[in-house]
Design a protein around this ligand. Sequence first.
Ligand SMILES: *[C@@H]1O[C@H](CO)[C@@H](O)[C@H](O)[C@H]1NC(C)=O
Ligand SMILES: *[C@@H]1O[C@H](CO)[C@@H](O)[C@H](O)[C@H]1NC(C)=O
Ligand SMILES: *[C@@H]1O[C@H](CO)[C@@H](O)[C@H](O)[C@H]1NC(C)=O
Ligand SMILES: *[C@@H]1O[C@H](CO)[C@@H](O)[C@H](O)[C@H]1NC(C)=O
Ligand SMILES: *[C@@H]1O[C@H](CO)[C@@H](O)[C@H](O)[C@H]1NC(C)=O
Length: 666
Amino acid sequence: MLLLSRLLAASTVIASAYASPVSNIYNVHEKRESLPEGWSKRELLDRRALIPLRFALAQNNLDKGAEWLDDVSHPSSEKFGKHWSAKEVAEAFAPSGETIDAVREWLHSAGISSERVKLSQGMNWLEVHASVDEAENLLKTEYNVYEHGETGQPHVACEEYSVPAHLQKHIDFVYPTVHFDAKLKARSEDFEKKKRVISPGTDKSVGLPGSGSLPKIPTGSLPKNPFGFNWFQNLKDCDKFITPDCLRALYLFPKGISANPRNSFGIVEYTPQAYVPSDLDMFFKNFSKSQIGERPILNSIDGGVVQQTNMSFDFNGESDLDLEYAMTLVHPQKVTLYQVGDLVEGASFNDFLDGIDASYCTYDGGDDPNQDATYPDPYGTAPLAYEGPKNCGGFSATKVISTSYGYNEHDLTPFYENRQCHEYMKLGLMGVSVVYSSGDYGVAGNQGQCINGTGADAPYTPVKGTFGRFNPAFPSTCPYVTSVGATQVINGTFIPDAIISRTEPEMACETVIYSGGGFSNVFPIPNYQKSAVKSWFKNYPPPYGADRFNNSQMTRGYPDISANGANYVVAVDGTFSLVFGTSASAPTFGSILTLINEARYDLGKSSIGFINPVAYAHPYIWNDVTQGGNQGCGTAGFSSSPGWDPVTGLGTPNFPKLLALYLSLP
Ligand SMILES: *[C@@H]1O[C@H](CO)[C@@H](O)[C@H](O)[C@H]1NC(C)=O
Ligand SMILES: *[C@@H]1O[C@H](CO)[C@@H](O)[C@H](O)[C@H]1NC(C)=O
Ligand SMILES: *[C@@H]1O[C@H](CO)[C@@H](O)[C@H](O)[C@H]1NC(C)=O
Ligand SMILES: *[C@@H]1O[C@H](CO)[C@@H](O)[C@H](O)[C@H]1NC(C)=O
Ligand SMILES: *[C@@H]1O[C@H](CO)[C@@H](O)[C@H](O)[C@H]1NC(C)=O
């Protein structure tokens, strides 16, 4: 039998020899140095077991993605605006026929008949139920049963495995092998407890109250409702209170007048964050009367609900802020609310991306059950838990999507981040502008934490760390999103005067929050940013070295641009509050992009899509912000300076210039 399969293998080898070189040399494909915390080896796996082996096939052409995106996004490209359909994107990156055949041949040569091998619908997995002997032979490994100390949960795994050298480029990884990301079936009260403790790396749901990326209200003496006068009728107090009219004056954009049915501004919220309908009306009553009663279009992903059980700033601040401003600024355009996750598990960015792109559900092995919510929800029952099937591609993506939540890059693995980042690249190819807030703690991470040491395993400093390495934000460091930092109006500035005298009315935000900014430890610097980053290092060299941040000039710098993030007047839980954060900057910026899309649609042009190549190629379309810094980790952080800087990026939008440029592009 063994001999026969060897012979068969030899003949298939000859048949495909010129397709790709075949070798009998096995290389270790994945190896783990130590077991993850809590797990120990129990026993050898019962020989009678069948292992559901799954081979994740490598995506084709990922290395070309950046170039393809540049083709449709760079202002000097002939293909500018010629975005791809979802089908074209899926086909371009699907594993190649060569990849599928090569892995099939290997399985066949090892004596696994082809009827037993199944190709997944997304064409990115090969699946086979193998006996323990077959699996161990195939992967040159030994399977064991491991046990989790706390829960007693068993898990089948090995500590390293090999594949033939010529297949390494075709196989991303094999399941089950060295991965210990089987979701722990904890008792639900344990899960509840775990959910409430916010600690970096373990908070799976980005919508948890108290999460560092949510907007801030000043603590201390400021009265909750300081507005006893009709200040909103003029612009003289925009340094103290930001209203929709202040933003229009700062960035010179008009009220919307038309509503192309293809155009809608997408806002993403993560349960239990929720808007309060009466808050929207309270805001509209003062700032946009004709919108009283208007609500966003609700796209509920994975049981997403606009809950009204828990009501406080921590539950309603983000959604009220995002929707009150987005809906007012793009009116009469419609805002689409993607509400993601149920009341038990919440959700992650991956869960949202699955909801707008079915292919992402299975791409590169699918989600990580350690980070992403699993549906149907295994942790509870309806009505709190969503018992329906996971949403895969049930909703289409709006052409601008703004998210005001974020992780520290250090919380997640580079594999996880790269996978998600590829998806933003694909959305860009489809003409979607993906906007993320850059964080509220300057060079530090959420809650002001910094990184104590180098490397992926370095621990965090305590909250509000006064030492350690800077802690960049993800997805802001993904080169395919547009990261938005925060500014504030300089004290005592009357905006019309500033416009007339051509002085910049804003500085980096230094009130309550500091604009997130810095350099990635994971992502290389994208082409569109190279010369801007180089000039900044040359002209304004920062007073810190490699002990604080990656100063190699070879990694992605952020934010890309900025917008006001201080003193927003927001109706929350029946009262007007002053709200701070890049959480405010992102929807304001997204609104402006949506107005530009509207103008392009009117002329029969495409959406603007991924804006960074245009943004950096034409820095004059931004108001350069040159004052203020983004302190953190016991330092003054970086300083805002002429040109791009890792505090306010290229600056704030100058709508007339953006519009003129984008209308001149094909
Ligand atoms: C809202 O409008 C009322 C009535 O005009 C006014 O008294 C109040 O000051 C306004 N509040 C804000 C925050 O503009
Ligand atoms: C939310 O409300 C529910 C129902 O009143 C309560 O059991 C739960 O503790 C609240 N959650 C938080 C985080 O306050
Ligand atoms: C930070 O790292 C240093 C050096 O490894 C160590 O001595 C110190 O205890 C760490 N501090 C914290 C708060 O982790
Ligand atoms: C601006 O004024 C506010 C309130 O008057 C004050 O708290 C803040 O520190 C001032 N900011 C700057 C940058 O001067
Ligand atoms: C900075 O990034 C570069 C490029 O990825 C890498 O080679 C280098 O090791 C990094 N430096 C530090 C100090 O992390």
